[in-house]
Design a protein around this ligand. Structure first.
Ligand SMILES: NC(=O)c1ccc[n+]([C@@H]2O[C@H](COP(=O)([O-])OP(=O)(O)OC[C@H]3O[C@@H](n4cnc5c(N)ncnc54)[C@H](O)[C@@H]3O)[C@@H](O)[C@H]2O)c1
Length: 370
């Protein structure tokens, strides 16, 4: 059994909705923990707890590698299978989430995730200020997808530099799978750069975009295995399977789609084939970097843009470290996370008695059933 390495986990039966609300605070070593609120069906609430534990630890890594002064957390509302939330019960669940977050005295803030939207964040915001990605008309940072696209472009520049010695993507061959909110904006940016684009989506209606920007349209399965410089997954997760790796003909994979690897071992398979893989949580961090900078950390839009564009340096550092140490960029990212957390812990230790807003030391571990 592995050790418990979360600072605090609250498992609470929502007083209004009657649903299990789970808030996992993995780390506040770098600052306020952040992570989305997932409302999802689970066969057992403990599956929701497992998700919250895993995803909150992932957010710690995402923030640490992005250079954000935030830690990782996650909220899961575990809806039993077969239960449909009508609008009233859904609103009750969001208020239940808000009350748990409010009880954490600023140690954690939430945003949208699978099953929730910016409008839902506005509902949570009725009861706690510790929420981000509310709609722009409600003083939020609005749609994150343009910033995610900008950040992915920055990651692609770093990959371009590694492959070709220059960050310019002009005449580079890129295959983009998924032309949704992020994919469309990214394709427009890449087309403006003069990249040679092959694009695909399961929605044939997206073909109009390909025609508009002068990209070649292809069946998504063929786009994934096309002979290109960089494959850009921008659809849903799970595109990189153990079976697909031998068929890939790209030099690198970098894109915003979450959970690209079906199993972690695929990172090693890609490495052995000499294919660079930039972890999705690094290439797709632009949206969260922007939202946290302007909405939680008091930064300006210009500061947020600079930080989002900083993904180019981050990816460049990870690729250089991986090459120097003979590891994968994913392993380099894990090491960077470990070093940032260790430095933060050392700095807290040199200031004994430092307490969190609720009076506990940041090293405190707590499980609370409320
Ligand atoms: N929106 C953001 O700011 C953001 C931030 C970080 C990561 N991401 C991730 O990026 C990805 C795209 O996000 P989005 O907001 O653009 O989502 P979206 O739902 O707007 O777009 C997804 C697109 O992928 C297409 N698609 C689905 N399955 C496909 C398949 N098998 N092959 C080809 N196309 C397929 C859909 O038709 C749709 O056009 C997701 O994995 C998301 O989790 C998004």
């Amino acid at each position: 059994m592995s050790g418990f390495d979360h600072e605090q986990v609250v498992v609470h039966t929502g007083s209004r909705s009657g649903l299990p609300v789970i808030v996992a605070v993995h780390s506040t070593a770098l600052g306020q923990a952040v992570g989305g609120c997932r409302i999802w069906h689970y066969p057992d609430w403990r599956d929701g707890l497992t998700d919250a534990l895993r995803l909150s630890a992932g957010m710690t890594a995402k923030c640490a590698v992005a250079g954000l002064d935030n830690g990782g957390g996650k909220t899961v509302v575990a809806v039993p299978e077969g239960v449909d939330l009508d609008p009233v019960r859904r609103r009750h669940a969001l208020h239940d989430v808000a009350d748990v977050i409010a009880s954490l005295d600023g140690r954690y803030a939430t945003g949208p995730d699978v099953g929730t939207s910016p409008a839902d964040m506005a509902v949570i915001g009725e009861r706690t200020p510790h929420v981000f990605c509310r709609p722009a008309r409600q003083a939020g940072s609005g749609d994150s997808s343009p910033h995610t696209a900008t950040g992915t472009l920055a990651a692609l520049r770093a990959v371009g530099r590694r492959l070709h010695g220059t960050p310019s993507l002009t005449r580079r061959r890129l295959a983009v799978v998924g032309l949704g909110n992020v994919g469309e904006k990214l394709v427009r940016l890449l087309a403006a750069e003069g990249a040679e684009l092959l694009v695909g989506d399961i929605d044939p209606g997206k073909r109009a975009l390909a025609d508009e920007v002068g990209a070649t349209w292809g069946d998504p399965a063929r786009v994934v295995t096309a002979d290109v410089d960089i494959l850009v997954p921008a659809a849903l997760g799970g595109v990189l399977t153990e079976e697909i790796v031998p068929d890939l003909r790209c030099a690198a994979v970098a894109g915003p789609a979450n959970n690209q690897l079906t199993v972690q071992a695929v990172a090693g398979l890609l490495h052995r084939r000499g294919i660079i893989w930039v972890p999705d949580y690094v290439a797709g961090a632009g949206g969260v970097i922007h939202a946290l900078t302007v909405e939680l950390n008091g930064g300006t839009a210009d500061e947020a843009l600079t930080r989002v564009q900083g993904i180019e340096d981050t990816v460049g550092t990870l690729l250089a470290t991986a090459e120097r140490t003979g590891t994968t960029p994913a392993q380099a990212a894990s090491e960077l996370t470990r070093l940032r957390l260790r430095a933060a812990a050392a700095s807290h230790r040199s200031r004994p008695g430092l307490a969190g807003e609720n009076g506990e030391t940041r090293e405190g571990r707590q499980v609370r059933h409320g």
